[in-house]
Design a protein. Structure first.
Lengths: 451, 168
């Protein structure tokens, strides 16, 4: 495990790593040129399918399979949208890929566009990444000048335009149909699915949405092959025919209370403890972890006792978390009040809910108001039941909302209250000695500003 | 509101128009256009919304609807010469991000979302800036300020004030 050599991050720390010359010297674009000459789009789809690559943006959907959902023989245009909205708290690996190795991302985009027969690709970049914008635009300009983008790429007959499109600081633009609406110039209200974007997406045309890290993986699969990719990670469960496995390297973002925060590349399936102790230098100040976010704040919480959970696509779900998400691991040390953590989480989701679905708009706002009241020393034990009820009823899983933001808002609430119930009860009793047992309705606090 | 004075300069209109071939319809130019106006004016007054709508062949309400959704483009008055976003999401909050936000606001003599009287600095809370490896952090204009301390936060406020009015 310790001998694993970074591949997706091989350029980090190399002087001038973001330039075309540097990328070529590392073997970049040669696989693209070979595939464009020798192979058909369906061959590239088969390659990615065979690799077992699953999307790195949060949902873990098999990439090759997603591409096969596009209609066959469509007259076009087909669009490719690259999701670089990266706004899940704790997550920053897309930023590092775009800043330090933009050509790796672009090679993956060209290969994916070739496979899906897309002739226009939009890279939707969050506003907060100005350095990525400059690096990407520089790399795109270089690629056009080198005949790697534009008309008739390398004489293959395949043409592709790649454009950057800037967001405006809204988390919901990362949800793939919110992204599409935003690109179309509208408010970023996610769409009801079906139809899925593969059938009717951007500008009502067939569309694939993929994450930046997914694109980098495609480039490396083309360079190093399917066997290399499948030799890394966790194979599919032989007892579960529906488990697609967790193959390949993964970029884990480590932050919060660790000695060495950073983005670390490791085989899928490394445990949270290995990551924190091995890569992160342990919990900071010699303290112990109270809780750890396994994959971005939407995924919920691991307890200290659950830190040996493997961070593959299946692992976090086995201990009640929502999933692997973005594999952003945030360490919360023993001095932090779990009430404060949950308040921070609820504030984020109340701010970022797009407001379209009532259970999400009201559920996120009410959970925040309750946490504010609890922190103000006016909590009641009954609030824990109300919070749990919100957690259990808002989301795509209970079938009450259009997109997964609400599930992501619900999970930290559900996990915190289930796994740290004692701490909540102690807090409420200690801070509200005369009122913790009251069960009557209470007046709400003034409304907080929200999106 | 005068009708003769246009907000959108020919240069801004040309920058927007140059992006048109990238998209199959003009509505997709909405966000790029709003960004161009905001870059130039540091806000997007309603008059500019009307002019953008004219340019794109849309109803002003359509542009205003999109603009208001994001809560990103100020409409009443320009942001300060430096617009700073201080992260308050989980990884930064765990390392003192909220205290840094308070401290910067205190040093600047403003409330969150406020602008200093000299127009030098606007400070806003932000959700995760995607730089949690440098928590607590802040984006000011195009510059990421990493691993903030009270001291570096104070220096930042002082520098922003000293810079005000000197660059265009
Ligand atoms: C609220 C919400 C926010 C999301 N944010 C992002 C994001 O910032 N980046 C991303 O790649 N995917 C994000 N996703 C997942 C996308 O909807 C989509 O699954 C993904 O971009 C597909 O790419 P992939 O298959 O390569 O992972 C988000 C989903 C939800 C529900
Ligand atoms: S679940 Fe929430 S964020 Fe998603 S569409 Fe509904 S209201 Fe918007
Ligand atoms: S939480 Fe502050 S940058 Fe991510």
């Amino acid at each position: 495990m310790t001998t694993f050599q970074p591949v997706l991050l091989e350029a980090v720390g190399v002087a001038g790593s973001h330039t075309l010359a540097s990328y070529r010297s590392r073997g970049g674009y040669a696989p693209l040129e070979r595939l464009l000459k020798e192979k058909q789009p369906t061959d590239v789809i088969e390659l990615v399918k065979a690799s077992g690559l699953r999307g790195r943006g949060g949902a873990g959907f098999p990439t090759g399979l997603k591409w096969t959902f596009l209609p066959k023989d469509h007259p076009g245009p087909i669009y490719l949208c690259i999701n670089a909205d990266e706004s899940e708290p704790g997550t920053f690996n897309n930023r590092i890929l775009m800043e330090d190795d933009p050509h790796q991302v672009i090679e993956g985009i060209i290969l994916s566009a070739f496979a899906t027969r897309a002739t226009t690709a939009y890279l939707y970049l969050r506003y907060e990444y100005p350095q990525c914008w400059d690096r990407l635009q520089g790399a795109i300009d270089e690629a056009y000048a080198a005949g790697l983008l534009g008309k008739n790429i390398q004489g293959s007959g395949f043409s592709l335009d790649l454009y950057l499109h800037r967001g405006a600081a809204a988390y919901i633009c990362g949800e793939e149909t919110g992204l599409i609406e935003s690109l179309e110039g509208k408010r970023a209200w996610p769409r009801i699915k079906p139809p899925f974007p593969a059938i009717e997406g951007l500008f009502r045309k067939p569309t694939v949405v993929n994450n930046i890290e997914t694109m980098a993986c495609v480039a490396q699969i083309a360079r190093r092959g399917v066997d290399w990719f499948r030799s890394i990670g966790v194979p599919s469960d032989p007892n579960n025919p529906r488990d697609p496995g967790s193959y390949g390297p993964k970029l884990y973002c480590l932050s919060g209370h660790v000695e060495r925060p950073g983005c670390y590349e490791a085989p899928l399936g490394i445990t949270a403890r290995q990551l924190i102790d091995g890569h992160g230098g342990g919990v900071w100040k010699g303290r112990k972890a109270k809780a750890v976010i396994p994959g971005g704040i939407s995924m919920g919480l691991l307890t200290e006792a659950e830190l040996d959970t493997p961070l593959d696509f299946a692992g976090p779900g086995k201990v009640g978390c929502l999933g692997l998400g973005t594999a952003a691991v945030v360490v919360i040390d023993e001095t932090v009040s779990i009430v404060d953590f949950l308040h921070n989480s609820c504030r984020f989701f109340a701010h970022e809910s797009c407001g379209q679905c009532t259970p999400c708009r009201e559920g996120t706002a009410w959970s925040l108001r309750m946490l504010e009241r609890i922190r103000a020393g006016k909590g009641r034990l009954k609030d824990l039941e109300l919070l749990a009820e919100i957690g259990n009823t808002m989301g795509m899983m209970p079938g009450s909302t259009i997109c997964g933001l609400a599930d992501g808002a619900a999970w930290p609430i559900k996990n915190a209250i289930k796994k740290f119930r004692g701490e909540f009860e102690d807090y409420i009793k200690r801070t509200n000695p005369s009122g913790w047992m009251v069960t009557d309705p209470v007046p709400a606090l003034p409304i907080v500003g929200a999106h | 509101m005068t009708t003769t004075q246009r907000i959108l300069t020919p240069e801004m209109a040309a920058r927007i128009e140059a992006l048109a071939p990238r998209y199959p319809n003009r509505r997709a130019l909405t966000l790029p256009a709003l960004h161009i106006v905001n870059e130039e004016l540091r806000y997007v007054p309603y008059e500019a919304v009307v002019e953008v709508a004219q340019l794109l062949g849309l109803a002003p309400a359509e542009v205003q609807d999109t603009l208001s959704f994001y809560q990103f483009f100020p409409q009443d008055k320009p942001s300060g010469e430096t617009r700073a976003w201080v992260c308050r999401s989980v990884s930064c909050a765990l390392r003192g991000g909220e205290e840094i936000l308070d401290h910067i606001c205190h040093a600047a003599g403003i409330e969150p979302y406020g602008t200093t009287a000299d127009g030098a600095l606007t400070v806003e809370p932000a959700e995760c800036l995607g730089a949690c490896d440098f928590a607590p952090c802040m984006l000011a204009g195009k510059t990421l300020h990493k691993n903030l301390t009270k001291e570096s936060a104070e220096t930042f406020v002082r520098d922003a004030r000293a810079r005000a009015g000197k660059s265009s």
